[in-house]
Design a protein around this ligand. Structure first.
Ligand code: 13P
Length: 248
């Protein structure tokens, strides 16, 4: 009923040679139920999209502007990403929130623009270590989720994907335990159903934070984990393919 999605987020990494390696890998990949998505730096979007066009793999942006056009030096709009071949876009990644000061209100504006432009937003939420240790992770993620989706019609939210990425697990090698990840995903699903008037059972929830071949299968076997948002391991073709395999 829900889509299984494995998405690679290259962040500020990768050259054209990495695009070519993934294009080669995708050609010999048997398409299956899992949706596979690569989010490269924007300058590689067209190259990768063209290379992957004959495969089942898709490309997505890592971020979009919160405005459609105008005097916003350095920004890239949702329509530009779509024209370059993107079908998805990560929105509100913790690195955007923490390093570039994106508020949840700005994230909500980006979610709205992505939906208008027929890009599926992958909306990221997740607490830091202090919040987890204080025992307030669920409350924090709930507030962040509600604010990041605020003002968007519930019928439009049907196509949103949510990624739970605990900040303390990103790039650290420390993965949330399957119990921690499953519990938060179940919480997110119930918040979607109870507080946002969208059927949480229909929304794909991805886990992100040090996903690697050795832990992917166990994480992805959890009832409420519908896929993975992969950082470091998505820069290596073999590791990424192993994670896709683990998704079934
Ligand atoms: P890592 O897989 O490198 O921990 O990164 C996760 C992430 O931030 C994906 O968006």
């Amino acid at each position: 009923m829900r889509k299984t999605i494995v998405a690679g987020n290259w962040k500020l990494n990768g050259e054209s040679s990495l695009c070519n390696a993934f294009v080669d890998a995708a050609q010999s990949f048997d398409s299956r139920a899992t949706e596979v998505l690569i989010c490269p730096p924007a300058v590689w979007m067209m190259l990768l999209a063209e290379g992957l066009a004959s495969s089942s793999w898709q490309v997505g942006g890592q971020n979009i502007a919160s405005d459609k056009s105008g005097a916003f030096t350095g920004e890239i709009s949702a329509s530009m990403l779509q024209a370059a071949g993107a079908t998805y876009c990560i929105v509100g990644h913790s690195e955007r929130r923490e390093i570039f000061g994106e508020s949840s209100a700005v994230v909500a504006q980006k979610v709205r623009i992505a939906i208008e432009q027929n890009l599926t937003p992958i909306v990221c939420v997740g607490e830091n270590l202090a919040c987890r240790e204080a025992g307030s992770a669920e409350a924090f993620v709930e507030t962040q989720l509600l604010e990041s989706l605020k003002g968007i019609d519930s019928d439009k939210l049907r196509n949103v994907v949510i990624a739970y990425e605990p900040i303390w697990a990103i790039g650290t090698g420390v993965t949330a335990s399957t119990e921690q990840a499953q519990a938060m995903h179940a919480h997110i699903r119930s918040v979607l159903s109870q507080s946002i008037d969208v059927d949480g059972e229909l929304i794909s929830l991805l886990y992100g934070g040090s996903v690697k071949p050795s832990n992917a299968k166990e994480l992805l076997a959890q009832n409420d984990i519908d896929g993975a948002l992969v950082g470091g391991a998505s820069l290596n073709v073999e590791d990424f393919l192993a994670i896709v395999e683990a998704a079934g």
